[in-house]
Design a protein around this ligand. Structure first.
Ligand code: ATP
Length: 233
């Protein structure tokens, strides 16, 4: 796949007292893992929520998988939000059934395999899960779908450092680059860098850079982590 899975032009978003996105023009390549980085409050989550159709942009255009109608998005996008959006009164098993009913591309078989891998049990109540267990469950629910676009907002937040590498390996193992694209916002760049094909830097609601990770490293003679340190310090 060499085309863009997402094309964004002139996207702006204001919240009371803050211009979260100040006009973003950006193409996200298909079949790749794209990392969005930037300081706290730079607009990463806002951009991901707009792409996912969770919040509405003030202006600009977004085309996803060659479509620009929001009614198509539910099936094209699997979104892992930064917050805990899961119904606390459900068990994991009930949550899995709920997702199965909601998304036609959800595979309960894959969910069970991933649950085992993540050391989670079907009868556990969501209310009783630790923060890291919730983070793992959110990943299970998203990775059990075969959506064209997987959007992960801080997927490693709350997961203990020793497990992050293993979980990233699984994420890559489940990724079907012929049919899928992953976009993730992360502060865990030390762990994530080697998995990223494309990187996007955002600061203060503006796009600073969008580049192929290998090209960027070759051009600058530095790791993405080092570049982030330089650009955002
Ligand atoms: N619902 C909201 N109401 C008001 N302001 C908001 C809302 N959501 C985001 N903002 C503001 O928009 C700006 C961008 O926030 P956003 O959450 O997109 O940043 P971020 O880059 O994801 O940050 P972080 O790395 O801390 O998660 C911030 O100034 C934030 O306070």
């Amino acid at each position: 796949m060499s085309e863009n899975i997402i094309e964004i032009s002139g996207v702006k978003k204001k919240f009371p007292g803050v211009e979260a996105l100040k006009g973003i023009d950006l193409n996200i390549p298909a079949g790749m893992i794209t990392g969005i980085v930037g300081p706290n409050g730079s607009g990463k989550s806002t951009l991901l929520k707009i792409i996912s159709g969770l919040i509405v942009k003030d202006s600009g255009q977004i085309k996803i998988n060659r479509k620009n109608k929001y009614q198509h998005l539910m099936q094209d996008i699997a979104f892992l939000p930064e917050i805990n959006h899961l119904y606390k009164w459900m068990t994991i098993s009930e949550m899995i059934r709920f997702h199965e009913e909601q998304y036609s591309d959800f595979s309960p078989k894959k969910a069970e395999e991933l649950l085992n891998f993540m050391n989670l049990k079907l009868d556990q109540k969501i209310n009783n899960l630790s923060k890291g267990m919730v983070a793992r469950l959110k990943l299970v629910l998203v990775l059990s779908r075969s959506a064209a676009v997987i959007i992960l907002d801080e997927p490693l937040a709350g997961i203990d450092p020793a497990s992050r590498e293993r979980i990233l390996e699984t994420l890559i193992g489940e990724f079907d680059s012929d049919n899928q694209s992953i976009i993730l916002a992360t502060h865990e760049i030390i762990e994530a860098e080697r998995y990223l094909d494309h990187v996007i830097f955002i600061e203060n609601g503006k796009l600073l850079l969008s580049a192929n990770a290998d090209d960027l490293r070759a051009e600058k003679g530095k790791s993405i982590r080092e570049l982030i340190g330089e650009v955002f310090e």
